[in-house]
Design a protein around this ligand. Structure first.
Ligand SMILES: [Zn+2]
Length: 199
């Protein structure tokens, strides 16, 4: 992990949500940066989709927030997204996982069984969309990480919830360090096998 931590790259312009992401700073192996929450507002759907917002007095954000960076990292996936998360209630993230699944990315989720039935939990919805979800057994599944294409690790304190986006002091380190990616991938595969019965 030789690279220094830097601020996330900024997109230029109010309506220029990047179609291609990440920018050059994060494209090499060993590159990493950190996102901090809370965000000031949830992102406007138009911004996330790279379209100009035509709503008058739109209250949502039209600039790159930490959640935007997080979502655009998932959008980079071409082959696999493997995630271990305590809970998912953030619509923007769950929709991104469903989109990835629809474009042929293998999306797998291990989650905390006690959280699956919570109000607002999106994991049953992910499952109904055809995404493979497995629940943990005894003890808490308290990880909050994702590995994209076996190459990019997103990991930190951030729970994938709207409440965490807007209210909590959280961090997510995004890294393309090969050793870290290998370690998280191995742990994911170990857990995936361990919970093979919990579907
Ligand atoms: Zn808007």
């Amino acid at each position: 992990m030789g690279a220094c931590l830097s601020s996330p790259p900024q997109a230029a312009g109010r309506y220029s949500a990047p179609v291609y992401y990440p920018p050059p700073q994060t494209s090499g192996p060993g590159q990493q940066f950190v996102l901090f929450f809370p965000d000031k507002a949830m992102p406007c759907r138009s911004f996330l989709e790279g379209r100009p917002c035509r709503r008058r007095n739109c209250q949502y954000s039209h600039e790159m927030t930490s959640l935007c960076h997080f979502v655009f990292q998932l959008r980079q996936a071409r082959q696999t997204i493997s995630c271990c998360v305590y809970t998912i209630t953030c619509r923007e993230i769950s929709e991104e996982l469903v989109d990835a699944h629809r474009r042929g990315v293998q999306v797998r989720v291990v989650t905390e069984d006690e959280k699956m039935d919570d109000k607002g939990s999106k994991t049953m919805n992910l499952r109904s969309q055809g995404i493979s979800v497995r629940k943990d057994g005894r003890g808490l599944m308290h990880h909050k990480f994702a590995v994209v294409d076996g190459r990019t690790v997103l990991n930190g304190s951030f729970n994938w919830t709207r409440s965490a986006v807007l209210n909590n002091r959280e961090n997510v380190v995004i890294s393309q360090d090969p050793n870290l990616a290998r370690a998280f991938t191995a742990e994911f595969e170990r857990l995936w096998r361990a919970f093979a019965r919990n579907r």
